[in-house]
Structure formats: C-alpha cells, structure tokens
Design a protein around this ligand. Structure first.
Ligand code: PGA
Length: 261
C-alpha cells in the first residue's frame, strides 16, 4: 500500500463562505470512506483569506488544510504578504509554492520559491513545490532541463529533518485548466526524472520516505487511474475537479480502491 496524496488547489475561485461549504461537504462525504482508505492523504489548499475558517471547519476530520502561497519571513515590513507562521497558527499543515500562475503573473522566481520552501520546512509545514515546463519550452526540447533546474533551485536550501515531507508537483503549465492532461506515460517519465534529481542531493531512503512526487494538470476522476496506476506517481494536485465535493471525493475513493486492490 502506498501513501497517495490528493491535494485540492482552489485558487482564487471561492470566497470564504463558499470555501467553508465546500470543505464541509468534502469532509462529510470523505468521513464515510476514510476508514477503508488507509494511505490516502487529503489536503485542501484554500485562499489565504479563507484558510482560518476552512481550518476551523475541518478540524478533526482527517482532511488537512493548506495555503496557496506564503512569504519567507514570519513577520516584518512586507506589505501584502502572508506570514507562514500565521498560516501555521491558523491550522495550516501545508502550502503550495511556485505555482505556475504565480511564476507567470507575479514574476515569482526560483530564488523566491527556494526561500519559501526553506521557511516552510523551518516551521514544520509541508511544502508543495510546483515545477513544470511551458509549451514553448517543451517544443524547444528543453522540458527536462527546465524541470531539473526548477527542482534543484527550489530545494537549494532545503534540509528536511525527521519525518518532514516535501511534495513536488509536476505540472506541465500548458495543460493546467484545459481539460486535457498529458499522457500518463509522459508524466511518469518526468516523475522518474524528478526522483533521479532528488537522489543527487538526498540519500535514497530520504527520497523514498520524505518526498512525494505528484502530477497536476487537468486531473480528474476519469483520468486518475491512468496516472496513479503508475507506481512513480504519488498523487495528484487538482484544480478544477476539486471544486466539486462529490468529484473530489470520488477521486479519493478511486485512489483508495487502487491502494486496496
Ligand atoms: P487543473 O489545475 O486541475 O484545473 O488543471 C491544477 C493546478 O493548477 O494546480
């Protein structure tokens, strides 16, 4: 049996009250399944303004709460930024960093992503580090080089201690939100490449125990089995399909069935 992550990324799609309703619906549906679904790790990443209420709504349900971004300092003169320490205090256990939408629209750099990753690890929060190539980079044959360098850069200051976990999410940028995922074989090959890159910097047992590599980009209940059927793929980062409780929990159930088979 594997640990499989199902991570919802609600982006900026919901206000706090809509987020709480969705969180409660997911927790209610999942509570009927979770007892027979060992190894399935559910996390919902809400917008920063909804994190506190979502964390309160999900307390004790077994569904973890994450944020979608944070700053790298806990406190200070950083107008508009969100403290990772505050996120932790509010009940967050994880945080996405380096999502392609932030790289694209907010100019987030590898260096910023590295600092955020280090800050999250310092606080014992699980970083969910997004990497992935653009369509042009893929067309130019630069896919592997881009992803390898993003992984190396994000982890340049990262030393996971104890049982700390880090998730790397391989998200080819050009399929996000399109309804058209990449070929699962293609994704699995990238997952192998990411693991090889991790092994350059960490002992194999640390890579096995403490890192999970998940796929993201138009994942849903129709294509889940074809992705998670690959042993290299430790879960999914889910945008659009996580906005409906029944669809997201259906995905978790299918993952559990795969695990129990
Ligand atoms: P999508 O988004 O599932 O809607 O493609 C995934 C993501 O952006 O993390």
């Amino acid at each position: 049996m594997r640990d499989l992550h199902l991570i919802a990324n609600w982006k900026m799609q919901l206000d706090p009250s809509e987020s709480v309703i969705l969180a409660k619906d997911i927790a209610r549906l999942w509570s009927a399944e979770s007892a027979v679904a060992p190894g399935i790790r559910m996390t919902v990443c809400a917008s920063s303004v909804a994190v506190a209420e979502v964390a309160a709504a999900l307390k004790g349900t077994g569904v973890a709460v994450g944020a979608q971004d944070c700053f790298w300092e806990d406190k200070g003169a950083y107008t508009g930024e969100t403290s990772p320490l505050t996120l932790k205090t509010l009940g967050c256990e994880a945080c996405i960093v380096g999502h392609s939408e932030r790289r694209q629209f907010l100019g987030e750099t590898d260096e910023m992503i590295s600092r955020k990753t280090t800050a999250l690890l310092r606080l014992g929060l699980m970083p969910i580090i997004c990497v992935g190539e653009t369509y042009e980079e893929r067309q130019q044959g630069r896919r592997d080089a881009v992803v390898i360098s993003q992984v190396r850069a994000a982890l340049s200051g990262a030393r996971p201690v104890g049982t700390q976990r880090i998730v790397i999410a391989y998200e080819p940028r050009w399929v996000i939100g399109t309804g058209q995922a990449v070929e699962p074989d293609d994704a699995a090959a990238m997952h192998r490449l990411i693991r090889e890159t991790l092994r350059e910097n960490y002992p194999s047992d640390v890579v096995e125990r403490q890192f999970a590599v998940v796929y993201g980009g138009s994942a849903d209940s129709r294509n889940l089995v074809s992705f998670l059927g690959h042993q290299e793929i430790d879960g999914l980062l889910v945008g659009g399909a996580s906005l409906k409780a029944d669809e997201f929990v259906r995905m978790a159930r299918l993952a559990a069935d795969l695990n129990n088979a």
